[in-house]
Design a binder for this molecule. Structure first.
Ligand SMILES: Cc1cc2nc3c(=O)[nH]c(=O)nc-3n(C[C@H](O)[C@H](O)[C@H](O)COP(=O)(O)OP(=O)(O)OC[C@H]3O[C@@H](n4cnc5c(N)ncnc54)[C@H](O)[C@@H]3O)c2cc1C
Length: 512
């Protein structure tokens, strides 16, 4: 019996899973071995517990979904993918005839893919299938290799590019493919598979239980959760989706739940591939079909177009994650790395309650509203602290439960003011926002600040965004002395902003 290996990397779902569907439809194999390979040591070095927990929950959910649909589970292995494939292929106990995996241009995946290709180089009978459009709407390779391809630098250019690939049809909707159904066909696991992988089997339930002991994580991983959230935030909220305007959404979350996003909160599921972007696109379109709706860049489709744009740029722009030889990154003479500044920012101890609340939410739950991300990244870079965007990017990569290489780099380039798609560098966010701020902050009750910065729980709303301005008797009456119970602002925000803008301007004229 020939076996097809289904190596799932960024598609932890059954629905619209092209990797799985191709493997089931293939006539070259009668059995399949669905695999996820993780490297526990590297995983916990590179990610905080929220991300690891989300991954484990997603894998356990996928295993259960495999079992209920196909009667076979997902095989989760701990080890080095190169070593595991070498071992699988050495005696080829499983008669492997083909391998399927999702297309990915993340540096790690590219590196691992190359190693597997190398192992296969003298095994001509085994086909290595990299399945495109597994986690994006477009075929990224095909897009960037088009003859007239120009990297899109703004939404209008992205929409033009998108309409060439998916020409608008009836009712002016892009002809994006329908998500693929979970197939009814199934294939068994190969008979002797345990023998081949025994050394690497990972006891994921035990590992998850250990992680959960101290967890404050908010988002539960898995396709089942993704579909529940899709129903709750999109399918049953047609009016909200039709009227969705991203810059109008509240950055301080749901008033009754300081961890629940005002936006969909689907990003962790998209990032791990628990949810297909095509499914979200089409469910949004279904809402749009019932009446007037907003347009890109602010609309829900606009958000997915930004996602697609950053995937396309991350493939077409060399050194996407670097500040050198990256055509989307202006040279700026950023300040020396300052570990003290970085620590205060990362730990939510800057003395700016809005910034601290956001950073503490990130640490506890792995998520932060888009405008919160705007504020803290601007504060760290061109706004107040004059630290390199790559340092902030690294903190996000480790802590965000939705961390995504293409999107995280793209957005840090955007917010630090160095990219052609950045807003003008001199437009800064005030880290002490009032009710009129474009950061859309709930300032009357300021529950978000009270929850995430409990030192300020009893502070009057009038002073809570700049508590050091409260007269001492007020500080005493609420039992929180600024400088003792909560830090004083780490910088004079107006003074440093002025200095930093001058430095940015100078870098632009000298270095670019
Ligand atoms: C400095 C910075 C770093 C960021 N890093 C990441 C990251 O690592 N991973 C990530 O998924 N998003 C990142 N974003 C983009 C954005 O903040 C999140 O996608 C969004 O807040 C997720 O919440 P949501 O799912 O409720 O979004 P919604 O508003 O409901 O949007 C739906 C989906 O559209 C996509 N999307 C929305 N905004 C953007 C955007 N600006 N760029 C690209 N795609 C977008 C996401 O996949 C999102 O889940 C970053 C933004 C900034 C400013």
């Amino acid at each position: 019996m020939n076996t097809g290996i289904v190596w799932l990397r960024n598609t932890l779902r059954l629905s619209d899973n092209r990797v799985l569907i191709e493997s089931l439809n293939s006539t070259k194999s009668e059995a399949i071995l669905p695999l996820y390979i993780l490297n526990k040591k590297k995983l916990s070095l590179k990610n905080n517990n929220n991300r690891v927990q989300f991954l484990y929950e997603s894998l356990i959910d996928l295993d259960a979904r495999f079992k209920s649909k196909f009667n076979t589970g997902l095989i989760i292995l701990n080890g080095n993918s190169e070593e595991i494939f070498r071992k699988l292929l050495e005696y080829n106990l499983l008669n492997i005839s083909e391998i399927f995996t999702d297309y990915s241009n993340k540096p790690n995946d590219v590196e691992n893919g190359k190693k597997i290709k190398h192992i296969l180089s003298d095994k001509n009978s085994i086909k290595f299938n990299i399945i495109s459009k597994a986690n994006t709407l477009t075929n990224i390779e095909e897009v960037v290799n088009q003859e007239n391809f120009r990297p899109p630098k703004k939404m209008k250019e992205m929409e033009k590019l998108f309409s060439r690939i998916f020409p608008k049809g009836e009712s002016n909707f892009y002809s994006v493919d329908e998500p693929l159904e979970i197939p009814e066909i199934s294939k068994p696991l190969p008979d002797n598979y345990i023998e081949a992988i025994d050394d690497y089997i990972f006891d994921i339930q035990k590992e998850l239980a250990l992680l959960k002991e101290n967890s404050k994580s908010y988002f539960k991983g898995g396709e089942s959760e993704a579909l529940i959230r899709l129903e709750k935030k999109v399918k049953s909220e047609e009016k909200y989706i039709r009227n969705f305007r991203k810059p109008r959404t509240i950055s301080t979350n749901n008033p009754n739940n300081p961890s629940e996003p005002e936006t969909t909160g689907l990003s962790p599921y998209l990032s791990f591939g628990c949810l297909s972007p095509r499914l979200l696109w089409k469910e949004t379109e279904r809402c749009y079909r019932n009446g007037d709706h907003t347009q890109p860049p602010e609309s829900m489709h606009g958000q997915l177009l930004f996602r697609e744009m950053f995937y396309i740029l991350s493939k077409s722009i060399e050194n996407w994650d670097s500040d050198t030889n990256n055509s989307m990154c202006k040279k700026i003479n950023w300040g020396e790395y300052d570990s003290n500044k970085m620590e205060l920012w990362e730990n939510g101890q800057t003395g700016f309650p809005y910034i601290d609340a956001m950073m503490r939410q990130l640490d506890a739950t792995g998520w932060m509203h888009h405008l919160g991300r705007h504020a803290v990244s601007c504060f760290l870079t061109r706004g107040q602290l004059w630290q390199h965007w790559k340092k902030g990017r690294d903190v996000f990569e480790k802590k965000l439960v939705d961390a995504d290489w293409a999107l995280n780099n793209g957005n840090w380039l955007w917010l630090s003011g160095v990219a052609p798609f950045s807003m003008p560098y001199f437009r800064l966010y005030n880290p002490c926002p009032d009710g009129k701020s474009s950061l859309n902050v709930e300032t009357k009750k300021a529950e978000f600040i009270r929850y995430w910065v409990p030192e300020l729980e009893k502070f009057p709303s009038k002073y809570i965004f700049e508590p050091h301005l409260a007269p001492l008797p007020i500080q005493e009456s609420v039992g929180c002395i600024i400088g003792k119970d909560y830090p004083k602002p780490m910088v004079d925000r107006k003074l440093v902003a002025k200095e930093n803008l001058a430095k940015f301007k100078e870098s632009l004229s000298i270095l670019n």
